[in-house]
Design a protein around this ligand. Structure first.
Ligand code: PHE
Length: 342
């Protein structure tokens, strides 16, 4: 019968098309062409109803067998190709875990922060606690409570930025002393790093700069404790072989007051033309003193029972000295070429 013949032709055509297909997408085309809704075999199946009962049976069987064989071939070939395609995809998408990574840019600690960390670490090691206070400060905490009453000439030395009524940008970290003492009973051992502000700008002054305050209040503290503590701190930051000396100083809130110098670690005091100490042999380092009894009284501590020492230092200035940086303004320009050197 011609139809049976035709079915056989279509089947072998389909089987060779299946064998020739090179991808699962090509196989799908073959399926549509030979088994799809308008494929010839499908048409033949649809026309079966109009055949004689004997032919119907024979043609139907041949058409079904042919379809099944083609489907079977398609399935087998699809599995084959899909496995190959999956392998190829895995190969091309593979990640080479032995390749070096993309380097992530490393950050740098600012020289001031290195000194602050160093100093704070030293005091924390001695058992001091870190205390902080606001940068917008009241006139009372910044001056009056520190024994600098309104109208006192000492105020004019502070080059203060005045804000609204009664508020200033703190000119030093000393107000944190007052806040700390008002908040707790003695003994007090705190170190207070932070930003401070003065209307000042030249190679060694910037309107914003850092200070680290320290305060110790306890029974029996003396100037000897102050000197020993600060000398140990200076050697920790600048080098063990350095010498320190105290000179008389003046601050409203300490009595007696001292300034501490560090022996010049560039020339050791032996070079009259030294670029760092300019031949002085000493570098000014910080201000300090025994807490004035008037300040202790102001915060409700009994000056008969307790004594204390306080100190304030400038970590920016210390970093200039430590790293040999000539201009303080470089610290605050944010130039990465500068910062990367430390
Ligand atoms: N607050 C002082 C200043 O800024 C420094 C200082 C602090 C002096 C503590 C003595 C005691 O100049």
């Amino acid at each position: 019968m011609a139809v049976i013949q035709r079915i056989e032709e279509l089947k072998s055509g389909a089987l060779s098309a299946v064998a020739a297909a090179g991808s699962t997408a090509a196989l799908e085309d073959v399926r549509v062409r030979f088994l799809g809704r308008s494929a010839e075999i499908t048409e033949i199946k649809k026309s079966i109803g109009s055949l004689s009962p004997e032919d119907r049976k024979e043609v139907g069987r041949a058409a079904n067998l042919a379809s099944r064989e083609i489907e079977e071939a398609l399935r087998a070939r699809t599995n084959e190709l899909a496995a190959g395609e999956r392998e190829a995809r895995l190969r091309t998408e593979a990640v080479d875990v032995t390749l070096p990574g993309v380097p992530f840019p490393k950050g740098h600690l600012h020289p001031s922060m290195r000194v602050i960390d160093d100093v704070v670490d030293f005091f924390v090691g001695l058992g001091y606690r870190v205390a902080e206070g606001p940068e917008v400060e009241t006139d009372y905490y910044n001056f009056t409570a520190l024994n600098i009453p309104p109208e006192h000439p000492a105020r004019s030395e502070h080059d203060t930025f005045f804000l609204d009524e009664g508020l200033v940008l703190r000119t030093h970290t000393s107000p944190v002393q007052i806040r700390t003492m008002l908040a707790q009973e003695p003994p007090v051992y705190v170190v207070c790093p932070g930003r401070t502000y003065r209307r000042d700008s030249d190679p060694t002054h910037t309107p914003m700069f850092h200070q680290i305050e320290g305060l110790a209040v306890d029974r029996g503290l003396t100037l000897g404790h102050l000197k020993g503590t600060l000398a140990a701190m200076a050697r920790h930051v600048f080098g063990e072989e350095l010498k320190v000396r105290l000179r008389p100083g003046y601050f409203q809130f300490t009595e007696p007051s001292v300034e501490m110098d560090l022996s010049c670690f560039v020339c050791g005091g032996n070079d009259p033309n030294c670029t760092l100490c300019k031949g002085a042999g000493w570098l000014e380092m910080l201000g300090a003193g025994m807490v004035d009894p008037a300040v202790l009284e102001e915060v409700g501590y009994d000056p008969e029972e307790y004594t204390g020492f306080a100190f304030g230092m400038g970590p920016d200035r210390m970093a200039m000295v430590k790293y040999g940086i000539p201009d303080l303004r470089l610290f605050f320009e944010g130039d990465l070429r500068f910062l990367r050197q430390f």
